[in-house]
Design a protein around this ligand. Structure first.
Ligand code: NAP
Length: 285
């Protein structure tokens, strides 16, 4: 049962704009309850220009930490005093930890979450497996490219509408090639893993029109979009016999390390947060 909230209850939360759609409160509060912690996890939606003031006001541990989502991830990194190598490499933070000494630490767990979801589907990384294809060139794509190269993908083909954004991620790295959508079919040939890191296919967005036929059916197909959970891309991939990974597994995996940082406690065993999130998604559909 949930413990009563008192003056000593530890607070953490998610910050974004909008944030009402976030599944993070459901995930963290389920873990808090199962672990019997004197803690609560909330959602904050400051005005877009108000994020800096909100975060500055939390210095000193007023809240223990924040998960950060669109559109504040870059600003979160910029205002932190210290940043993990992952946050620096990606150029954005999805976790802020507010130390009692007044310092703000930034981290980025999106890439680690992606790799957990891919590993569940059988992708371990390594140059021998083949190249990676990442669709998109926003923050999610940047975290995917960074994580995939870190686990040894020999090459990463980046496909995006706006080539300059993709070039900015590649940054001249010879392992990363940049392509428009007209070159997607060629990029898919021989791929070991295909990651949708665009918002295409999300409820209310344009569909993701990608013909998977050029890709080998051994390629793991991952969709970061989890609203709907079974995207059109994942349905078509499953029908062709690809191993698939969904965005919900990534979301849950990226949440774990932040829970431990915020509440000084391991993620409790035996909580089916995936089922909880699936129910929430169903309820909100
Ligand atoms: P972002 O910075 O806004 O990037 C959006 C990407 O989608 C860009 O590459 C953009 O292309 C592309 N795009 C959007 N509309 C398009 C259209 N009509 N035609 C062609 N391309 C289009 O977003 P982000 O932060 O990287 O996030 C991307 C997705 O990943 C979102 O759906 C987000 O929810 C998801 N995500 C999931 C997790 C998870 O844990 N599952 C974590 C992080 C992100 P241009 O560059 O050409 O505009």
């Amino acid at each position: 049962m949930r413990r009563p909230i008192t003056a000593s209850t530890r607070i953490a939360g998610v910050v974004g704009h909008p944030v009402r759609h976030s599944l993070s409160p459901a995930i963290h509060n389920a873990w808090i309850e199962a672990a019997g912690l004197d803690a609560v996890y909330l959602a904050f939606a400051p005005r877009p220009e108000g994020f800096g003031a909100l975060a500055e006001g939390f210095r000193g541990g007023v809240v223990a930490g924040l998960n950060v989502t669109i559109p504040f991830k870059e600003e979160a990194l910029a205002l932190a005093d210290r940043a993990s190598p992952a946050a620096r490499a990606i150029g954005a933070a999805n976790v802020l930890v507010f130390g009692e000494d007044g310092a703000i630490e930034a981290d980025n767990t999106d890439g680690a979450g992606l790799m957990v979801a891919l590993a569940k589907a059988g992708f371990q990384g390594g140059a021998e497996q083949g190249h990676a294809v990442v669709l998109g060139a926003g923050g999610a794509a940047r975290s995917a490219v960074t994580a995939l190269l870190a686990v040894g993908a020999a090459r990463c083909a980046l496909v995006n509408r706006t080539l300059d954004r993709a070039r900015a991620i590649a940054g001249g790295d010879p392992r990363v090639s940049v392509h428009g959508w007209s070159e997607a079919a060629a990029a898919l040939q021989g791929a070991a893993v295909i990651v949708n890191a665009t918002s295409l296919g999300m409820t209310g967005q344009a569909p993701l029109e990608l013909d998977l036929d050029p890709a080998p059916t051994s390629a793991v197909v991952m969709d970061m979009v989890y609203r709907p959970l079974q995207t059109d891309l994942l349905k078509r991939a499953r029908d062709r016999g690809h191993p698939i990974a969904d965005g919900l597994d990534m979301l849950i995996a990226q949440a774990g390390p932040s829970f431990t940082r915020f509440f000084d406690a391991p993620v409790p065993d035996g909580v089916d947060v995936r089922a909880l999130c699936v129910a929430e998604l169903g309820a909100r559909a």
